[in-house]
Each structure stands twice: as structure tokens, then as C-alpha cells.
Design a protein around this ligand. Structure first.
Ligand SMILES: Nc1ncnc2c1ncn2[C@@H]1O[C@H](COP(=O)(O)OP(=O)(O)OP(=O)(O)O)[C@@H](O)[C@H]1O
Ligand SMILES: O=C(O)[C@@H](O)C(=O)CO
Length: 419
């Protein structure tokens, strides 16, 4: 069987998908965009390769060209089946990139029909009658409505995707899914639309969709669809390397779950909140002060640097944003620079949890990681990973999507790392 090649539109999404592939027994590696040209790596032993891009909120042309470059890389490895991973809450406005990237990938691959399956029931994301729910609430009534970058104000997946593509988007409800994979395949094969949103509210239904599309060259969705793939024989992959350096949490996420995790961590963890006004005024000075703060903490403590503990922080940032400087970019810049400085042996941090997809992309870019080996699952869609920075420092990272993970995750995830 040839390798599965996946393209994820953000970094936490890539490790989310890799977590679920590993759960199905796949020996899987995540390759950040910077690693695509790396000649040092041999990815041939992996059963699945997930390319991590930072294209979710990129300009459309850049998202398309990066995705095609990732596809060419995966084809050069010999992959013949592809999985385009986007967010289980879609995270894409009318100007968004999911439609254009699907158009580009399917045209390049000569594919006439691709399923659209955002469901991830283990994290409460389900599609019923074409409508996306988050923990039982309509997507448009969930916290995604106020997301700083990709506010979701509709819930019907076809209505979100259709404005992004000239190709028709159809829907298949749960009846053919519940009739089993042969019936679903007939229903899919009778579609003339290029994209077909398929209902799924359980892992059993995702299993049916995965079997019905097992011959498809291209599938698309959240990471949940991977939980439906046929399990592989137990992997013979060596265990992930565990480092022993200092521990850090970098949170640039404003999501509801992250704010709960920050509040929980603040009850016992040394913490530094980013002062956005000072970040806009003198970013280099704030970086220096942040590093002084880290250096002053007990080396055995987990240290937290965070951007948001209340939605009021985002309102304040909007008020402060002047002169074309984007506070969100500045926050990403600061957290990424802190990660790079903190992993310098002089500071000694090598175990880091990063909260937020965009934030994770900025941090992984800044560290210059060429690949991420996947370790133990921490929570649905979140795992430990291992990589080596461009300066040769071995690090363990957990990249956490904004709304994933238990409230005590910043304190307890370390227990899953072992070592
Ligand atoms: N105080 C702030 N003011 C303005 N922007 C901020 C502030 N704090 C964080 N941000 C920005 O908000 C964005 C949060 O996006 P990110 O993807 O990292 O988290 P998320 O949306 O919660 O996670 P996910 O995409 O995984 O659901 C980042 O660009 C971050 O820099
Ligand atoms: O699919 C999800 O919900 C996550 O992997 C994600 O992409 C959030 O950024």
C-alpha cells in the first residue's frame, strides 16, 4: 500500500491529524513547510506523511501555491492518496481558502468528486443534515462566532464552502451512511457535484465514509475521518525521544478552551501576560523583559507566557491597532521569538506546549523544525512530538488547537510525555 499524503492548513491541525493516524496504527511523520526542501530526511519508511502549512488565513494565491507545492512534495515521495485537512469548525470565511485549495488540488489530481467531512465527534464536532454542530450547538452559536481571524457566522457547511468555489457543493445525509459503505459509495458515485458534504455524528459513521472512499485519490475534512481508516498492524516505530529540559507553555490562543486552561494554570503556575500596548511600542524591549522573567523562575517549574485571558483583551487590541501594525502578528512574533530564545541552551527550555494554530505555526517556523516525530496522545487531537531546531536543539512540542484539551492540560500534559 502506498503512503498516505496529507496537507494540513495549520500546524495544530497537522499534529491533530497525525494523532488520529497514529491511533489507527500508522507510522506517521509531520513535515512543516520548511522541511519540504530538506535533503537530509528520508521519509520513505513512514506510512503517512502530513505536511503542515500555515495557509488557513494566508492570501488565497499563497494558500493555493503552498498547497500545490506540498502536493508535489508528497507525490515526489510516491504518495498516491491525499487528504486535505482543514478545521473541524471549518474556520474559513467567504474569502477563505478551503474552496480555492480544494479546486487546485482536485484539478491537479484530475479528481471529479471529493468528500467534505469536517466531523470530529471525539471533540464534539458533528455534521447532521449538512449542518455543523460544536458540542451540540450550531457552529454559528459556538464560540467560533467571535474568532479573531475566522469568525463563523453560518453553520450549513455547503453554504460556507459554496461562496469559495465556482464548483457545485452537494450534501449527503446520514441515511446512505447508515446503509453501509457499499450504499454510500453508490450515492457518492451518482453525484455530479465536485464537492459532497457527508453527514457524520459518530466514529462508526466516519468508518463507513472512510471505507466508501478508500479508492478516492483525494479526501478532505477534519482529522476525524482518519479515525475511520482501516487500522494498520501495530507500528514498529521506535518510541519518540523525550528531552529533559525546562518546561514552557506559550499561549497565543483566544479560544474558550484555552482561556479556561490559562485560568486554571494561573492558580499555580508562574505566568507572564503579554502587554499589547508595550508590545506595540517597543517589541524588542518586551522580548528582553520576557526572557528575564523566564530566567528568574524556578528551573523545575512550568512557566506560562500568554496573550489572552478575557475576550476584552481582543477589544483592547482593536482599539490599540493603529498605523497598520497588526497586534495579532506582533503577538505571534513575540511568542515565536520567545520560543527561539528559550530553547537556546543558555535558557535550557526544551519541552513546550503551544496553544493556538496560528501561534503554533509561528513558533515552529521560528524554531526551524524540519520534521516532527509523533508521540503519545494528550487529548483527542493533541499529542507530544519531537523535533530538532535549526540550531540543533532537541525539543518536545505539543501543539494544541484552540478549543482542544482538558482544563488542566497545561499542568497535566507533562505526565503523558514520560521520559
Ligand atoms: N491580545 C491579542 N490581541 C490581538 N491578537 C491576539 C491577541 N492574543 C492573541 N492574538 C492573536 O490571535 C490569533 C489566535 O489564533 P491561533 O490560531 O493561534 O489560536 P486559536 O484560534 O485559538 O487556535 P486554533 O486556530 O487552533 O483554533 C493569533 O494570531 C494571535 O497572535
Ligand atoms: O480540526 C480542528 O479542529 C483542529 O485540528 C484545528 O484545525 C484547529 O485549528
Amino acid at each position: 500500500m502506498s503512503q498516505l499524503g496529507a496537507i494540513a492548513d495549520d500546524f495544530t491541525g497537522a499534529t491533530d491529524l497525525a494523532t488520529n493516524l497514529a491511533k489507527r496504527g500508522f507510522d506517521v511523520i509531520v513535515v512543516p513547510e520548511e522541511g519540504l526542501g530538506s535533503v537530509d530526511n528520508d521519509f520513505s519508511r513512514y506510512e503517512a506523511v502530513v505536511v503542515a502549512l500555515k495557509t488557513r488565513t494566508a492570501p488565497v494565491a499563497a494558500a493555493v501555491s503552498d498547497s500545490l507545492r506540498a502536493l508535489e512534495f508528497l507525490q515526489s515521495l510516491g504518495c498516491r492518496r491525499f487528504y486535505f485537512k482543514y478545521c473541524s469548525t471549518f474556520d474559513s470565511t467567504d474569502e477563505g481558502n478551503i474552496g480555492p485549495v480544494l479546486d487546485a488540488l482536485s484539478s491537479r489530481l484530475g479528481v471529479h468528486r471529493t468528500v467534505v467531512v469536517p466531523s470530529f465527534p471525539d471533540n464534539g464536532r458533528t455534521v447532521v443534515d449538512g449542518v455543523l454542530y460544536v458540542g451540540g450547538d450550531l457552529l454559528e452559536h459556538s464560540s467560533m462566532r467571535t474568532h479573531p481571524l475566522t469568525p463563523m457566522t453560518r453553520s450549513r457547511v455547503s453554504e460556507i464552502l459554496q461562496p469559495q468555489t465556482p464548483n457545485p457543493v452537494a450534501e449527503i445525509d446520514s441515511a446512505p451512511v447508515d446503509a453501509g459503505d457499499a450504499q454510500l459509495k453508490i450515492a457518492l458515485d451518482s453525484q455530479t457535484a465536485r464537492y459532497v458534504v457527508v453527514d457524520a455524528a459518530s466514529n462508526a459513521q466516519l468508518g463507513v465514509i472512510a471505507r466508501a472512499t478508500s479508492d478516492d485519490i483525494l479526501v478532505s475534512g477534519g482529522s476525524g475521518l482518519a479515525l475511520g481508516l482501516e487500522p494498520r498492524a501495530t507500528t514498529t516505530a521506535p518510541p519518540m525521544t523525550v528531552t529533559g529540559g525546562r518546561r514552557l507553555v506559550l499561549s497565543g490562543s483566544a479560544s474558550t478552551a484555552t482561556r479556561g486552561q490559562v485560568a486554571h494554570a494561573l492558580t499555580g503556575m508562574p505566568a507572564l501576560k503579554i502587554d499589547v500596548q508595550r508590545l506595540l511600542d517597543d517589541p524588542e524591549k518586551l522580548l528582553l523583559e520576557s526572557m528575564d522573567f523566564l530566567a528568574a523562575q524556578d528551573p523545575d517549574a512550568v512557566v506560562l507566557v500568554y496573550a489572552v485571558d478575557s475576550l476584552d483583551d481582543l477589544i483592547l487590541s482593536r482599539e490599540l491597532a493603529t498605523g497598520g501594525i497588526d497586534p495579532a502578528e506582533r503577538v505571534e512574533w513575540l511568542l515565536a521569538r520567545i520560543a527561539a530564545e528559550a530553547t537556546n541552551p543558555a535558557h535550557g527550555f526544551s519541552r513546550i506546549i503551544v496553544a493556538g494554530g496560528e501561534t503554533s505555526g509561528a513558533v515552529v517556523r521560528s524554531l526551524g523544525l524540519n520534521s516532527l516525530v509523533i508521540g503519545k496522545e494528550i487529548a483527542p487531537g493533541v499529542c507530544w512530538a519531537f523535533g530538532t531546531t535549526r540550531t540543533g536543539v532537541a525539543v518536545n512540542l505539543a501543539l494544541k488547537s484552540g478549543n482542544f484539551g482538558t482544563e488542566d492540560m497545561f499542568t497535566t500534559a507533562w505526565n503523558r510525555l514520560g521520559g
